[in-house]
Ligand binder design. Structure first.
Ligand SMILES: [Zn+2]
Length: 310
């Protein structure tokens, strides 16, 4: 089965640990991606940069990670997903995403050069607030600012996928409203069910239903603290979250957003992308129809991207 994983922080891991892409000590490297699926995988590669770093360092690191993305794809001849047509076919593919836009300092116009740099998915915030919106751990609890609304509109118009995984609940609903106006889907690249695990990074039932109504997807996160309240979780808990969302919204609105290399390895419910096939096998054994399992594996995310990308 072809796979899509909507979130990993491998670029950041490579930057801070000075690791190579071919084979490294992280959860994701080229060798693992080749091994994890016979038909290949579309791996979202996120650019994460801590907003607590000095602004000049943030800007420089973001630039370095953009360059790293292009260097790696050139070196290994990996397909970059930039347009709808890049979604056809199998093999190893990558999509460049941004996790938090602190380095933009509220400059909406920067979205044009970021698009030219290959960015096709963005979350306005990581955990703290910024000029665009409140973040999930911020003090404000606010939704989109005027600048944030403008940025969201530009993203929908340019064909950049919007990710609500780290935004406030209010920010979620602001983006859902905008998505309704544009009749475009949006995603939570790496969030689970808040009913099953009460962490605020997860989505409540109303949010999961709104995401589905917009045609979007929530990517199941493998971080144990987003899977169970006591931070102890394994494959069974991953299956529980998938089953819960399938029952709530239908299987068309669930995918994977594993968060590999963004979480402490010891707090990852599974070892790495090679475990995804095991999860999909389990779903087939539970009598989920093959087309539903294919949807979770990749088709749901691919449907969203085909509606958003140019
Ligand atoms: Zn994250």
């Amino acid at each position: 089965m072809f796979l899509v994983d909507g979130h990993c922080d491998t670029l950041h891991g490579m930057l801070i640990k000075n690791e190579k892409f071919s084979k490294n000590s992280l959860q994701i490297d080229y060798e693992t991606l080749i091994k994890c699926s016979k038909n290949g995988i579309l791996q979202f590669l996120a650019i994460f940069e801590s907003p607590s770093n000095p602004m000049e360092k943030q800007k420089a690191d973001v630039r370095t990670m953009i360059d790293l993305f292009h260097k790696v794809t050139d070196e290994f001849n990996i397909k970059k997903v930039l347009n709808k047509s890049d979604l056809n076919g199998t093999g190893i593919k990558v999509l460049l995403s941004l996790e938090g836009l602190y380095f933009m300092e509220g400059n909406v116009d920067m979205i044009d050069s970021l698009y030219d740099d290959g960015v096709r998915c963005m979350s306005l915030t990581w955990n703290p607030d910024n000029e665009f919106s409140g973040g999930v751990n911020g003090d404000s609890g606010q939704g989109l600012s005027d600048k944030g609304s403008l940025l969201v509109k530009k993203a929908f118009e340019k064909g950049i996928l919007l990710d609500v995984s780290h935004i406030t609940d209010k920010g979620f609903w602001d983006i859902a409203e905008e998505a309704g106006k544009y009749k475009k889907p949006f995603v939570a690249t790496h969030s689970n069910s808040r009913k099953l695990c009460g962490h605020k990074r997860n989505l409540n039932d109303k949010m999961l239903k709104a995401l589905a109504k917009a045609g979007g997807v929530s990517g199941i996160n493998m971080f144990t603290c987003f899977l169970s309240d006591n931070c102890e979780a394994g494959i069974d808990d991953v299956i529980k979250h998938i089953e819960f969302i399938c029952a709530l919204t239908g299987p068309e609105y669930v995918g994977f957003g594993c968060d590999f290399d963004g979480i402490d390895k010891t707090k990852s419910a599974v070892t790495g992308p090679e475990a995804l096939q095991v999860i999909l096998e389990r779903l087939l054994q539970l009598n989920y129809p093959e087309n539903a399992v294919n949807g979770i594996a990749s088709e749901n995310f691919l449907r969203v991207l085909s509606k958003v990308l140019d």
